[in-house]
Design a binder for this molecule. Sequence first.
Ligand code: MG
Ligand code: ZN
Length: 387
Amino acid sequence: MLVAYVKRETAYMKRQGRMNRLALYLLVVTSILGVCLAHAAEDVPKNIILFIGDGMGVSQVTAGKITKGTLNLERFKVVGLLTTFAHNALVTDSAAAGTALATGFKTVNGAISVSPDGRPIKTIVEYAEAAEKSTGIAVSCSVTHATPACFLAHVDNRSKDALIAEHIASSGIDVLFGGGAAWFLPMSAKGSKRQDEKNLATHMAKRMKVIGSVNEFQSLNDVDAVAGFFAEEQPGGVSERKPSLPELTRRAIIILSKNKNGFFLMVEGSQIDWGGHAKDMNYIISEMVDFDNAVGVGLDFAKQNPQTLVVATADHETSGFAIHDGSVDVRKVTTVGHTSGGHTAAMVPVFAYGPGSSAFAGIADNTSIGRIIIGYLQKANEKPPED
Ligand code: MG
Ligand code: ZN
């Protein structure tokens, strides 16, 4: 069509003796088009790292800053706020919020990446796989827990850990770090929580290295795919947890970044939320600082690898946490309050760094996170970035 148009116009202009002007038009049009395309390509990240602080509201971040002095979160150039409500409730749980982040769609509380009527919704991880990127999950809870489950499973209720484990085992995930070994072993095995004889760990071992100890983690050499379970169920708090979340993040990035098409990695600081449920200030702060250290690992990589987008956010706020007294001079929070032992509807912060980060500025809904990242992955799928 364009060729026919140009031919017709050329003939006309020749008749008019205005060939020079046509050449000028074409030059201007192709220049504008070229600038637009170059700009679009520049904004599509090759690697995407999404950090989720479960239950990390603005007060949790503030308490972390008072204690630590300077947070890695302060290295981000773009900051925004997100509304977190679920499809059926003002106050979300981690499943509905995780679904919003992982798919870009609202669902009901308890649902794991399915619509309110139970239909599966494609996740960021599935879009990343379609774009031939490597994918990873590193969390400080069982990998079957709501937040990671939303990236790897499609199940109507978050309490179905055994079924979620089956979805995870048959997913295409390349790096999986967390707790929850009990859901991947047959019921006859020691420590299993399954009600059947399915051995999901053996099934996964067909396509990836499966490890279950800190020693194996430390001696991990050149692997392309690995599942590491470091607790039968939930890993302990920061002081007991080994490997630490920053270590898991570092190792995951080393493995995933071998893919020349890039990668998607989700890292969750799972227990900031549990500190809130326990109304335990020290638990909240220690988990907040650990999460921030993991974020630092991601930002260090992004600094060295400028085609990397890093996004850090939360699924919801937990406990209506408020700081009433303390001191920035001695880096101590002394008096706090909690309005409840549950979640609240308060907006949560979002931080972004790297190519495509400007889309995360301002006030938006949590579904925008999934939608923006999926948009980048679809663009990457159209035209894989060169290395
Ligand atoms: Mg969580
Ligand atoms: Zn919670």
